[in-house]
Design a protein around this ligand. Structure first.
Ligand code: SF4
Length: 288
């Protein structure tokens, strides 16, 4: 995300929410473009803006010197908290030693109250599933989801949901989504400026590159968007009725929870191209 975009969004959020605004920098992996991340943090600091949290998977933590140098920079920039991802999914790809190194150095430089480990129980008892057979991997994935119920959208809908107890869609007929969409007071903004409600990735409220955030927010309060209103009133079961009218099937399909149902229905609706930009961007729904 360009520095100028990040600053503009940040300043808008501060002016809309005042001291309540909490800006959390995350990815993807924000450290994969360290110069850009540092430039954003420095520019924000120069404007008196402070990041509440910065999240990383520690993949970049290859030497104690590098980690210490960057942690010192965070301290100088008054970073609120460093959040370190640590779970069975990340540790498939990031060696646990890097997570441990970052936590140790960050606690030393920033103080342990400014380091959040997500998840601390996994950090205390990590599991490496690389080299395990499929049945063991699936057992660990199932257990991990039962302990920390991450949203079953995107890759989790494909990889985790089929391992769980599944239900017919009627089970979710009463579950509306007013609160997560209209009352969460939490948005994500991606590098293209797409604004997502809370953690409902792939559901676009507006684009902050094309329209200032305060305008997106006031338009959103009186939106007539069919997808957002259907979800707010009838949840993903309501969306399913729209999809069924367009040929979604088969009717015997089962779902682990309402977000899994929502994801499968939205993935179908995304393919029709009829509900852009609200159901988008297209890359969110790609299977790769
Ligand atoms: S069902 Fe869909 S809209 Fe509702 S919270 Fe889950 S992902 Fe968001």
């Amino acid at each position: 995300m360009p520095v100028s975009d990040a600053l503009a969004y940040w300043q808008s959020l501060e002016s809309m929410a005042g001291p309540q605004a909490k800006v959390h920098l995350t990815g993807g992996e924000p450290f994969s473009n360290w110069p850009a991340l540092l430039a954003i943090l420095q520019a924000a600091h120069a404007e008196g803006l402070v990041a509440h949290e910065l999240e990383t998977n520690a993949s970049w933590c290859t030497s104690p010197q590098l980690v210490r140098q960057r942690c010192r920079q965070f301290k100088q920039l008054d970073l609120g908290r460093l959040v370190v991802s640590c779970d069975i999914y990340h540790q498939q790809f990031v060696p646990f030693q890097r997570v441990r190194l970052l936590v140790q150095v960050a606690q030393d430089v920033l103080g342990s109250e400014r380091v959040r480990i997500r998840w601390r129980d996994f950090f205390a008892d990590p599991v490496d599933i690389n080299g395990l057979g499929q049945a063991d991997c699936q057992r660990f994935f199932r257990r991990a989801w039962q302990v920390h119920r991450d949203r079953l959208t995107g890759r989790a809908a494909r990889m985790i949901a089929p391992l769980l107890e599944l239900h017919p869609p009627e089970v979710f007929a009463e579950a509306d989504c007013y609160k997560p969409i209209f009352a969460s007071r939490h948005v994500h903004i991606d590098p293209s400026g797409n604004v997502f409600p809370g953690v409902c990735a792939g559901l676009v409220l507006g684009n902050a590159r094309r329209k200032p955030l305060p305008e997106i927010w006031s338009d959103f309060a009186c939106t007539e968007d069919e997808i957002l209103l259907t979800l707010a009133r009838s949840g993903p079961y309501g969306l399913l009725q729209i999809a069924n009218g367009l040929g979604f099937g088969p009717s015997e399909e089962r779902f682990a929870d309402k977000c899994h149902l929502c994801w499968e229905v939205r993935s179908f609706l995304a393919q029709t191209g009829k509900f852009e930009p609200t159901i988008g961007p297209a890359r969110c729904y790609r299977a790769d």
